[in-house]
Design a protein around this ligand. Sequence first.
Ligand code: HEM
Ligand SMILES: CC(C)=CCC/C(C)=C/CC/C(C)=C/COP(=O)(O)OP(=O)(O)O
Length: 306
Amino acid sequence: MITNNHGLILPTHWRDFLSLTKPRVMTLVVFTGICGLLAAPGTIHPFIAFVAILCIAVGAGGAAALNQWYEAEIDAGMKRTAQRPLPAGRMDQASARDFGIILSAGSVMVMGLGVGWLAAVLLAVSIVYYAVVYTIWLKPRTPQNIVVGGGAGAFPPLIGWVAVTGDVTLMPLVLFAIIFLWTPPHFWALALFVKSDYANVGIPMMPVVAGEMATRRQILAYTVILTPMALMPWFIGGAGLIYLSGAAVLSLLFFALALPVGLRTSSPEDGMRPEKRLFAFSIVYLFALFGILVLDRLIAYHGVLR
Ligand code: HEM
Ligand SMILES: CC(C)=CCC/C(C)=C/CC/C(C)=C/COP(=O)(O)OP(=O)(O)O
């Protein structure tokens, strides 16, 4: 039992600590980290690989806890986030902050000592990027917050890759760029249907500041440039034809779903179904794209399925 900021005694369940790590969102973060690790050329002891992935998961969770510690008041004002442990009063701020610091610092230390210091530095950069650069600096200030801030979520495959190879080459930078360009359509599709939430708490998300139409055009623009980047692993010789075909089909589908969202000219009255569909598919897209990359690489490196 702990006392929250309103002086109330409320039980903090272990599940509240788990939810501070945003486990559902982080599944994709961790998955792309695993894929970066599996797609990298080279070998890594399975136990060290496990430690590397655990550190990415724990570090991302720590950064998410720090994000929620800093944003407790904002979260209280939005329907989507009001039931989180801090705004709902199930946890005090110091516990969330300390939990976030311990997970963040612990994951970087273990990564450095157990896996390698380049991977640890990249993990530290991504944590600071999400918890400080995005959350504290960009998010409350500019509608470009998620364009720049999205870089934080693009680090995991790079970290996974570096855990194996120990250095940064073109291929993991392309994987970084894919997630970087994927983030705007992913988030702005959602922002279009939760726009009023962000407006209520004064967060300058793109649909709030530039309007719905400008956001729609930008979703389309990022989807268009995402496509060549998604195919890039094949062009630079980092992936084979299995990946190329999968990436082409997925990108075509993504574009087909972004088109009705991007080309709308009037305020929709269909419950924002195309926007919801695009948001849902954005998640399937990234899971599938990275999954196919791993399949392609496992076949190339080890002749799996041969
Ligand atoms: C600055 C960049 C990003 C922003 C602002 C953003 C925002 C959001 C928001 C608001 C949600 C709704 C779910 C929730 O309430 O937490 C969501 C869902 C999700 N995001 Fe993102 N996201 C970003 C980048 C990413 C990245 C880089 C990944 C993974 C690579 C990711 C993976 C997911 C997943 C898997 C979900 C679905 C979670 C569920 O099923 O509830 N997001 N995102
Ligand atoms: C390894 C490492 C540190 C990875 C970081 C991963 C990362 C930056 C993921 C971004 C995904 C995310 C939870 C965005 C939510 O934005 P928000 O916090 O603005 O959403 P909210 O409104 O739901 O709080």
